[in-house]
Structures are given as structure tokens and as C-alpha cells.
Design a protein. Structure first.
Length: 653
């Protein structure tokens, strides 16, 4: 290679065998910030005019090719050159350009690669157009060039789901041409060398392959139904399905759509969620703290929750020792775990070899002493203080003093559980959501005595389990259930004030929740919350407004869907408004002398959101949640709050 030329702070080149190797070095993910774009423009201009350059290779430094456009630039005034400008230059170059995908090529990164004449990838590379996840569509040719390369149906799938594919699948689909077995840059230089002087195969000049219109129609309808009113997937469908038109026309339409969506509230909300997820792992006081090593996880209680946790742990590569009260219960738990693994096999999420390997890492027992090798023990036993403290005291006897103990309690005070143990500093809460092998949220509870490296261990395990950990302090219900209680309380106040359950549910569903609150209650059963209300009855503030309607329903045996009646009736299983419930609500209003009034959907949603945000503020003031965006993540990932609304704290801004 000859000398390095720096075209900007982030773009430099070297020439080998007449091939200009352009490297983008813009950590952390080589996003196409303005400095990258201008560096690329200059390097390409040099390639076009330099007589000794016959071809170009574009690659990224580090483990990413290009992670996409710089999302932090969104919302700021546009800076020239734009990414479409750069991409037009790449495609228009009179010399071959080869993309050497050393790692992830996402969004604008894949769009750069699509405009190149040849794409070669390292085996670890992945490609995708995840823009819809940020509430936008690809804005630099993705919706027009990808269909030209792989057809409308395959492009629809990738662009509207935002999923990324590994190098091998990308070759099969036709997105990339080759996976480099050896040195990627050497292979890319050879490819550029081989293409020099030959007619250029420009992606933008390819025809979109004909596809069955009926099939396109069917697939599009499915995508639109799934999008539930979100704009980005709908616009992506429109742009991809109309890509069989002159490139310039398609690109202009795509650009205008991208700019409108980029400035939308929906995209601002989804970008907020993107950064919130990265921010949540930054925990004050844990800088530089090393987690304890964990290889073997003990799980106490192999019911639905414990089995789900076991499946998540096996999937992440941990060895699991399950404990239950009797050998029969332990064996039943083992069967349940294997049943869940088999479901993963049937769904194609796990191959036979993986299944056998996971099964081999699982053992169950009814003898506490068998938990001795565990580095971490998670309890998922009955949510009762005596049961849990008794278990932790027994664990003190059998596990190493440096092993971490985690409680999965939802409502008990983990500080009380910790206080009953010999080493409270090794206790924390790991509050999984059911089903634990599916739900992404994991509240990591920092107890008053939890040691920093124990908390760091909880977070490291959570990440290995591919969960989204959010740290919470100790309070009744932690972050999620505290906000959820406020949400529920407000919904019941709305009933007293004049709304009906189906009106509240319709407003919430229209806002974007997958299901209204009262329908959710009926599905889950009303008895657990009823029992809790009865427990709390003596300590409740008598001057606070208390809505008795739910108690009246429970007393009438209306415990939800499984009893055929709850907030709704279920004749033949179908959810129906029940005049009996309406009468109970009217009687409750009359008893308190409340004159009901009508509520619009908007008013209902505003009251519910305000109640959640108010409780969120309280959590921040009390230091239970570290930041508002953590609260948003909890409600989005554990309670069905629509991500494209950004969470209750974002929504109030
Ligand atoms: C787009 O391309 C639009 C175009 O179609 C049209 C343009 C005209 N920008 O995830 P990590 C930061 S839209 C700015 O932990 P990993 C991130 O905040 C874009 N910053 O790393 C974090 O910062 P910090 C389409 C970004 O190794 C740091 O990088 N592209 C961007 O686990 C590390 O992030 C996407 O949606 C960005 N684009 O995963 C891809 N990306 O350290 C988004 C990341 O301060 N990115 N950061 O917290 C990803 O999926 C992952 O970051 C990636 C690396 C897989 C690349």
C-alpha cells in the first residue's frame, strides 16, 4: 500500500494495485455524520480523477461497517453533502466501487453498500434497513435499490420488519455477492481489480423483477394490519411496492417521505426509546466495577415463572440447576422446561443440536445441597415473605458466601428478605415478567445493602439473557407496578366520574395499547389484586378516594374471563358489554352522589397519561428510578405502552 491520504477527520484512503481503499473511522459505529459524508465525497472525487486509480473499496474501521445515518444529527439543520448526494456519487462513478462489509451495515450503511457494484462481507457481518424501528423509512435509496436487487417481496419483508440478516442469509437473498473466507480487504481489492474496465453493474439501473400482484397485495395488507396505524411501515410498503418506476422519481418520493417522517412525533418517540435503551445500562456508581463470574444458575421454584427463567438461562449458555420442594415437583418442572425448549425447536428458534446441548446443561433436584455449585441463585417461589426468607436462610447454608442471591418478588420488600440472610450485600432483586423466556424487561432491584459488584452481576447476567435491564430502587411494586397502580386507579376513577369500561379500553387501544386495561384484567383474573386490596385495607388512607367497583365485582363472583364474567361478560367466549356491570358502576356513582359526565377518548387518554407521569415524577423524586427514560422503557417493555409514543414520561413533553 502507498501513503495514507486523509480526506476528512474520519475518512482516509490508501492505494493498492490501482485500487483506492477508503476507510471510514467514526467511532462508535461509523455513522455517516457530516464529516464522513464530506470525506467520502472528496475521496470519491479523487478516485474519479486520479489516473492511477482503477477501482475503489469502501470499508469501515473497527467492528462495524456503517451503523447508519447519525441519528444525533436528526432534528438539526441539514448539512451538505447529504447521504443521497454521496450515494449518487458512488453509483455514478465511472470506476467500480466494492463494499467490504467488515461488520454491521445498517440503514444508511446498507444504502451505501447497495449503490456499490459489488458487496463482499466478512462472516460476522450483518445487513438490514432498521429505519422503521426509528419511525422513518430508508432515506438514501434503500426502498428503491433493495427491490431492484432482491425483488419486491423480499425487500418488503426486510424493510417493513427492520430485521437484520447475517452474511450467509444476505448472500442467499442476493443482497451481498460473497462472504470472504480469508482477508476481507484483500478479497475486496481483488474484486475491484477484476471489475476494472468491465461494464459497470449499477443497482439503480437494474429492473425490478416482476412479482405476483395478488401476493404483493396480500403481504402488504398483513404488514399494514400489524403496523396498527404507525406511519413508517405503511409508507415503506407504498415506496417499495411502487419501486418499479424511474429511479429518480422513486428516490425523490422516498426522500420527501423520509424528511416528513424524520420530523414526526412518532420518530422522535422511537429515537428517544433507542437512546433510552443504551442509557439505561449506564448506572451511577458502577463505573469500572467488575461483575462476579457466573456460569451456573440455580432456580428455586419451577412453576411457570421459574421454568421461563430456566429457558432464558439455558438459551444464554448457562448451566441450570432447578430446585423444587419434592422430587416429583422438580421432575414436573424439568418436563415443563423441556416442553418450552421443544416449542423453540418446533418454531425453528432452536436446532436439534442446540436443544440437546441445552438439555444437557439442565438438572433438577429437591435437595438444597445440590445448589452448592451455583454462582447465582434466583428464587421464583410463592410470593410470601416467610416462604422466601426461609428459603434464603437455607441457601445461606449451602451456596458459597460470594454467590449472588436474587429474589423475583413482585410486591414484597426485598430489603426484608436480604436482612434475614447472613450476607445481605449479596442479595438483589431480579424481577422478571411473565413469560420470562419471552418478555424482554427485567427490573434489577438495588436493595439498600446490595454491593456494587452484585448489582453489576445482575446487569451482566440480564444482558447475557438478552433482556433489557432497568435498575430500580426498593418500593412497593418497583417502577412498573407502581406506575401501573396509578394507571389502574385513574381508570377506576374515570368509571366513577362517568366513563364505562369499554370506553376506557377503546381509548387506550386507539392510543396504541395492544389491549385495554379492563380487558387485560379480565384475562389475568381479578382475584390477585382483590386479595392485595384486602391486605392493604387497614393501612389505607381513609381520606383518599377509594373506588369500590372492583371489589363489588369480585364479591359477585365476577373474577374475569375464566369465570365467564368480569368487567365484561363472555357469552361463547366473546367479550361483550354487560349491563349488570354498568348497573354496578351506576350504583357506585349514586352512592357517592357523583353526577356522571361523558368523556371523549382524548380526555380519557390524557387523564391516564397524566396519572402515570405524576407517579413517574414521584419515583424520580424518591430516587427509585434514575431517569425518566428508564420509566418509559419499563412501561413499553413490560406493560404494553406503545413504543411509538415514547413512554408516559416522553408523552408528557
Ligand atoms: C438511517 O440510516 C437513515 C438513512 O436511511 C437515511 C439517511 C438520509 N447514530 O448499540 P450500541 C451509538 S437511520 C448515532 O450500544 P452495539 C449509541 O447511541 C439509522 N449514534 O453498540 C451508543 O452510544 P453511547 C439506521 C449511534 O455494538 C453507541 O453508538 N441505523 C447510532 O451493541 C454504541 O451503540 C440503525 O438504526 C447511529 N446510527 O451495536 C442502527 N447507532 O455509547 C442503529 C449507534 O453514547 N444502531 N449509536 O451510548 C445499532 O443497531 C447498533 O448500534 C449497532 C452496534 C448494531 C450498529
Amino acid at each position: 500500500m502507498n501513503e495514507t491520504i486523509e480526506f476528512s477527520a474520519t475518512v482516509s484512503t490508501m492505494t493498492r494495485d490501482g485500487v483506492l481503499v477508503v476507510t471510514i473511522d467514526n467511532p462508535p459505529v461509523n455513522a455517516t455524520s457530516v464529516d464522513v459524508r464530506s470525506g467520502l465525497e472528496k475521496a470519491l472525487a479523487h478516485a474519479e480523477t486520479a489516473a492511477d486509480v482503477t477501482g475503489v473499496v469502501v470499508t469501515g474501521a473497527g467492528k462495524t461497517f456503517i451503523g447508519g445515518a447519525d441519528i444525533k444529527e436528526f432534528g438539526k439543520p441539514a448539512m451538505e453533502p447529504t447521504l443521497p448526494d454521496v450515494i449518487e456519487t458512488i453509483e455514478g462513478l465511472s470506476k467500480p466501487v466494492v463494499a467490504a462489509l467488515n461488520g454491521a451495515a445498517l440503514g444508511g450503511g446498507l444504502e451505501v453498500a447497495l449503490a456499490c457494484q459489488y458487496r463482499i462481507a466478512s462472516p460476522a457481518a450483518q445487513v438490514g434497513l432498521p429505519e422503521v424501528k426509528l419511525g422513518i423509512v430508508p432515506g438514501a435509496g434503500g426502498t428503491q435499490r433493495l427491490p431492484r436487487l432482491i425483488g419486491i417481496l423480499a425487500a418488503l419483508d426486510l424493510i417493513t420488519s427492520g430485521r437484520s440478516v447475517k452474511a450467509e442469509e444476505a448472500v442467499t437473498l442476493g443482497i451481498i455477492d460473497e462472504v470472504a473466507a480469508g482477508d476481507l480487504i484483500e478479497a475486496a481489492i481483488s474484486a475491484a481489480f477484476a471489475l476494472a474496465g468491465k461494464p459497470l453493474r449499477r443497482t439503480g439501473e437494474l429492473n425490478v423483477a416482476a412479482a405476483d400482484p395478488a401476493e404483493i397485495e396480500k403481504v402488504s395488507a398483513k404488514i399494514l394490519a400489524r403496523a396498527r396505524g404507525q406511519k413508517a411501515p405503511a409508507e415503506a410498503v407504498r415506496l417499495v411496492t411502487s419501486s418499479n418506476r424511474p429511479l429518480a422519481e422513486g428516490l425523490a418520493d422516498e426522500r420527501a417521505t423520509f424528511l416528513t417522517l424524520r420530523d414526526s412525533r412518532e420518530s422522535a418517540a422511537l429515537r428517544h426509546v433507542f437512546f433510552a435503551e443504551r442509557e439505561s445500562s449506564k448506572v451511577v456508581g458502577l463505573e469500572g466495577v467488575e461483575p462476579r463470574p457466573v456460569e451456573t444458575i440455580g432456580i428455586c421454584g419451577l412453576g411457570l415463572m421459574g421454568s421461563g427463567i430456566a429457558v432464558a438461562a439455558l438459551g444464554a449458555g448457562y448451566s441450570v440447576i432447578g430446585l423444587d420442594q419434592t422430587s416429583e415437583a422438580a421432575e414436573k418442572g424439568r418436563q415443563r422446561i423441556i416442553g418450552l425448549l421443544e416449542r423453540n425447536v418446533a418454531a425453528g428458534r432452536l436446532d436439534q443440536a442446540g436443544f440437546e446441548a441445552q438439555k444437557a446443561r439442565l438438572s433438577v433436584t429437591a435437595d438444597d445441597a445440590d445448589l452448592a455449585p451455583c454462582d447465582l441463585v434466583v428464587e421464583a417461589v410463592f410470593d410470601d415473605l416467610t416462604v422466601k426468607t426461609d428459603l434464603f436462610q437455607r441457601l445461606d447454608e449451602v451456596v458459597r458466601p460470594d454467590a449472588v442471591l436474587a429474589t423475583n418478588t413482585s410486591y414484597l420488600n426485598p430489603d426484608e428478605i436480604a436482612a434475614a440472610t447472613a450476607h445481605p450485600e449479596r442479595v438483589l432483586g431480579l424481577h422478571f415478567f411473565s413469560p420470562a423466556h419471552v418478555m424482554r424487561l427485567l427490573e434489577v432491584v438495588r436493595c439498600s445493602k446490595t454491593a456494587p459488584d452484585v448489582l453489576a452481576t445482575g446487569l451482566a447476567v440480564a444482558r447475557k439473557l438478552r433482556k433489557l435491564p432497568v435498575v430500580t430502587g426498593v418500593t412497593e411494586g418497583f417502577i412498573g407496578n407502581r406506575i401501573f397502580s396509578a394507571y389502574r386507579r385513574e381508570a377506576e376513577l374515570l368509571l366513577e366520574d362517568g366513563a364505562l369500561p369499554h370506553e376506557v379500553d377503546a381509548a387506550l387501544e386507539d392510543y396504541g395499547f395492544p389491549m385495554g386495561l379492563f380487558a387485560v384484567y379480565d384475562m389475568a383474573g381479578l382475584e390477585i389484586a382483590w386479595a392485595r386490596r384486602k391486605r392493604q385495607a387497614t393501612t389505607r388512607d381513609p381520606s383518599a378516594r377509594y373506588v369500590e367497583i372492583a371489589d363489588t365485582l369480585c364479591e359477585a363472583g365476577r373474577l374475569g374471563q375464566k369465570t365467564g364474567r368480569g368487567w365484561y361478560a363472555y357469552p361463547e367466549g366473546k367479550r361483550t358489554i354487560d349491563p349488570e356491570v354498568t348497573a354496578i358502576i351506576e350504583a357506585a356513582r349514586a352512592k357517592k352522589g357523583i353526577t356522571p359526565r361523558a368523556f371523549s377518548m382524548r380526555e380519557i387518554v390524557e387523564r391516564m397519561l397524566a396519572a402515570m407521569a405524576l407517579e413517574g415524577e414521584a419515583l424520580l423524586t424518591e430516587g427509585i428510578a434514575a431517569r425518566a427514560s428508564d420509566i418509559d422503557l419499563v412501561m413499553i417493555n413490560g406493560y404494553g405502552f406503545p413504543a411509538y409514543k415514547g413512554g408516559p414520561m416522553f408523552a408528557r413533553t
